[in-house]
Design a protein around this ligand. Structure first.
Ligand SMILES: NC(=O)c1ccc[n+]([C@@H]2O[C@H](COP(=O)([O-])OP(=O)(O)OC[C@H]3O[C@@H](n4cnc5c(N)ncnc54)[C@H](OP(=O)(O)O)[C@@H]3O)[C@@H](O)[C@H]2O)c1
Length: 269
């Protein structure tokens, strides 16, 4: 975000980290900003703070900033976490800062990837009015779209992202292993899965969930599904509960019912 914001014309004055070496590295990557330790008193010169530490560290970093910088009135502090509200910045708000959060609905495995995929994205924005104003201004400069999520629904919002990102990566990896076991060459497995899932995603966006569905469950092909389950019990039994749970939800989306299991015949005494 530092690199993108600097490019968009928002000067980065400082890059602060708990380790100076990491702050230096980040400043080099951003292409500006004076690297300092988190406790540096000079940070008081900055009018806006963007706190991008891991979620569990937010509270401690807010406390440390509140302790080391003395004037907070008129300053703005934003964090980028989707699962934690602005309450975590309360130590700074109590000292007069306006606090907020801007959360990119995006997956950022590294800073380099973030520079590519944060432009034109979707951002949840919340907090005090001056903080929301700055956040929206940044989102606009990054050609993105901002929206608000009610604090009481934040967890639902955040788990919606969880439901379709790390889970999809996990499923793709298990699919990759099964494809390898079925004999597909290693060099083509990932591009092949990429094309397949990419097409699925495009169909979902263009057609909506129900119309984008395909496969044996939607066709009512229970013979194939039973065959899948028999093969899965042998190859990866730990995946059977996930397969069954996903099948039930898929059938609901498709408006179909699974066939009832035949009752075991009673034997004559
Ligand atoms: N990655 C994503 O896909 C994504 C997407 C949306 C939002 N976010 C949000 O963006 C924020 C950063 O995410 P991330 O994936 O970059 O997190 P991360 O890799 O877990 O951590 C980022 C930085 O936090 C610093 N940190 C950890 N504990 C600290 C402490 N006690 N004091 C000071 N610094 C500390 C670490 O600095 P060191 O270099 O010193 O270890 C690390 O470089 C999080 O709030 C996350 O929820 C991430």
């Amino acid at each position: 975000m530092g690199k993108l914001l600097a490019r968009a014309g928002f000067p980065v004055l400082f890059v602060a980290g708990r380790r100076l070496s990491a702050a230096r590295q980040a400043a080099r990557f951003i292409g500006g900003g004076r690297p300092v330790r988190l406790g540096a008193r000079d940070l008081a010169e900055a009018p806006v703070f963007l706190v991008t530490v891991s979620d569990a560290a937010l509270h401690d970093v807010a406390l440390s900033l509140a302790e080391h910088v003395d004037r907070w009135r008129g300053k703005i502090v934003l964090h980028t976490c989707g699962s934690v509200g602005v309450e975590v910045l309360e130590p700074l708000r109590r000292r007069g800062a306006a606090v907020g959060a801007l959360h990119p609905f995006q997956t950022i495995p590294s800073a380099r990837v973030g520079v590519q995929n944060l432009r034109g994205g979707f951002w949840a924005v919340e907090g005090d009015l001056p903080a929301r104003k700055v956040a929206r201004e940044w989102v606009k400069a990054l050609e993105g779209k901002s929206f608000e999520v009610r604090p009481s629904r934040r967890t639902l919002y955040h788990l919606s992202a969880f439901l379709v990102c790390p889970t999809v990566v996990t499923l793709m990896d298990r699919s990759r292993r099964l494809l390898r076991r079925s004999g597909v060459p290693a060099r083509i497995v990932r591009p092949m899965l990429g094309q397949f899932v990419g097409e699925t995603v495009r169909n979902f966006v263009e057609l909506g969930g129900r119309k984008a569905l395909s496969g044996p469950a939607v066709r009512g092909d229970w013979v194939t599904i039973r065959r899948h389950l028999r093969a899965l019990r042998r190859a990866a039994p730990e995946l059977v509960p996930a397969y069954r749970a996903l099948l039930r939800i898929m059938l609901q989306l498709a408006g179909r019912e699974a066939p009832r299991r035949a009752k075991p015949r009673r034997h004559a005494p």
